[in-house]
Design a protein around this ligand. Structure first.
Ligand code: HEM
Length: 507
């Protein structure tokens, strides 16, 4: 990269800016990462652009992102204001979008510990049990594969949060609505921000958001209180995050009957509610892309199935098979690289003025470590636009890591930029590792998939692999695919697995 000198003030390079608007007029609200990649190809791994009076620094290089967002994490770990989300920087509702104050710190610390404890027990077998249900449903109605995939993710999270997997579908819908409201592709008030200041009685965006957030919080609080009643009766399972929280209140505060001021309940219900919500679409998006990739790459589907048959035979794969199924893990890892679920990353904001490589960076500047671009740096990811799982399996590729019994995975090693930076790194890596592995291995064990053939024309229905909803966290648009059990015997095993867990699951 080269810095420009404007008069005597050094600046980062970047696209030409226009008075007042900066470069907002040709910044697309949808698939914005493609534009950022186009500009990165011209202006280099660090460049700046403006939208109205907001400065953005776009980083497309892992090392630069690390220098700014990790080594200088004490400066670059704020979150920018999303216009149409009300008071998100203050909390207590969305920890991922708060400023770094005590509410954020306490919630982050608590969630981190709760997640680590659950990971030690591999999420108490809920991932596998929900997978058996998923496979059973897929056998009965495979046309609903996208719907069931998101439901699976929602159910796992709601089981862990409150022992109520039946909330899984609502959880997914709630996550989707929240993501819409926080994305530039969402309400127009996120980009044309002056519209947000229309008086509330005549402001449909404001009215919508007030209602949406109130409903979401009431739903979280209701589930929290139901769990509390069960805790008081001694009926809440101890493998839930709600149990962990109540038990701590009882032990640390001596509050045995769990009577709490409403403010404390709201804090805790939002903390658990948000952790529950953030784990749905973040995983269902990559899983939907994984199913797509397997349909489009039958050679990799077959390699995975040969590996699974060799290791697992007639039983559904579980976390215990993790070390022995590197091809499955490579296909999952490659899916997330090829079609990032968070292609722009989550924006960081400078909390004070700074200087980097001789260029002044002002407080409130937004830094985007653009995951889509980082995943396409040719030295690290050759042939980056294509799905190449072998990059994780063969020593000749720069991303290869040994031993294959351990790598690739999602919680350590190469490519951890996917989960963000420094003080704001993702808290979900462990569950991503488990949930994606079990889903990937078990779905391939059970079904053979292929792109759909139109019964009338006999032609394959095309899949646009870049058609997505354009939220901060993506899911692909609906697409068609065929799923067939791999044999009659396998269909029988799927049904047996389904029946074996029905008694333990809430339906
Ligand atoms: C493949 C799936 C996922 C990906 C790619 C992903 C990626 C990310 C990214 C890029 C960030 C922002 C980091 C930054 O600002 O630098 C983030 C934050 C976060 N993630 Fe994830 N995530 C995934 C799944 C999950 C899951 C399953 C959970 C929880 C169950 C989770 C919980 C969080 C939380 C709580 C934050 C906010 C951290 C903070 O701001 O303090 N994520 N994630």
């Amino acid at each position: 990269w080269r810095k420009k000198t404007l008069g005597s003030v050094p600046k980062f390079p970047g696209p030409q800016q226009f008075p007042v608007v900066g470069r907002i007029h040709d910044l697309p609200r949808f698939s914005m990462w493609l534009k950022f990649k186009e500009w990165a190809d011209i202006h280099g791994p660090i460049y700046e652009t403006h939208a109205l009076n907001q400065t953005f620094i776009i980083v497309s290089d892992e090392k630069i992102a690390e220098e700014l967002l990790v080594k200088r994490g004490h400066i670059y770990s704020g979150r920018p204001q999303i216009r149409s989300l009300i008071k998100h920087k203050d909390g207590p509702a969305y920890s991922a979008l708060m400023d770094r104050h005590d509410i954020w710190k306490n919630q982050r610390k608590w969630c981190h510990a709760a997640m680590a404890e659950a990971y030690k027990h591999h999420f108490y077998g809920h991932v596998e049990r929900e997978m058996k249900r998923y496979l059973g449903l897929m056998l009965l109605d495979p046309t609903r594969f996208l719907d069931y995939t998101r439901e699976y993710c929602g159910r796992v999270m709601s089981r862990l949060a409150w022992d109520d997997a039946t909330q899984g579908r609502t959880n997914g819908d709630s996550a989707d609505r929240t993501l819409h409201c926080m994305s530039v592709s969402g309400p127009i008030t996120n980009t044309v921000t002056p519209l947000w200041y229309i008086p509330s009685f005549a402001n449909p965006w404001y009215q919508y958001e007030i209602k949406r957030e109130a409903e979401q919080r009431a739903w979280w609080l209701n589930n929290f209180r139901l769990a509390k009643d069960r805790m008081r009766r001694g009926e809440l399972p101890n493998d839930t995050w709600a149990y962990r929280y109540f038990e701590q209140i009882q032990r640390e505060q001596g509050n045995l009957d769990l009577d709490q001021p409403e403010e404390q309940e709201v804090f805790a219900s939002c903390m658990i509610g948000f952790l529950n919500l953030v784990g749905v679409v973040t995983i269902s998006g990559p899983l939907k892309f994984f199913l797509m990739a397997m349909g489009l790459h039958p050679e990799w589907q077959k390699k995975c199935q040969d590996e699974i048959d060799r290791v697992c035979g007639d039983r559904m794969p579980t976390m215990e098979d993790f070390p022995n199924l590197p091809t499955v893990r490579a296909c999952l890892k490659e899916t997330v690289r090829w079609r990032s679920g968070v292609p722009l990353g989550v924006p960081h904001q400078a909390e004070r003025d700074d200087e980097y490589r001789g260029v002044k960076i002002k407080k409130n500047t937004i830094i985007l470590a653009c995951e889509w671009n980082i995943n396409r740096v040719p030295e690290k990811y050759p042939d980056g636009d294509n799905f190449r799982p072998e990059r994780w399996l063969e020593p000749s590729w720069p991303t290869y890591q040994a031993p294959l019994t351990r790598y690739p995975n999602f919680r350590e090693g190469v490519g951890m930029h996917t989960f963000g930076w420094g003080r704001r790194t993702c808290l979900g890596q462990n569950i991503v590792d488990d949930e994606m592995f079990v889903f990937g291995a078990a779905s391939l064990w059970a079904f053979k998939s292929s792109p759909k053939v139109c019964p009338r024309t006999g032609e394959t229905v095309p899949i646009d692999t870049q058609a997505t909803n354009s939220h901060v966290i993506l899911e692909p648009d609906n697409y068609f695919m065929d799923f067939k059990p791999r044999s009659d015997e396998r269909a029988k095993q799927i049904l047996e697995g389904y029946h074996s867990v029905l008694g333990e699951l809430k339906l």
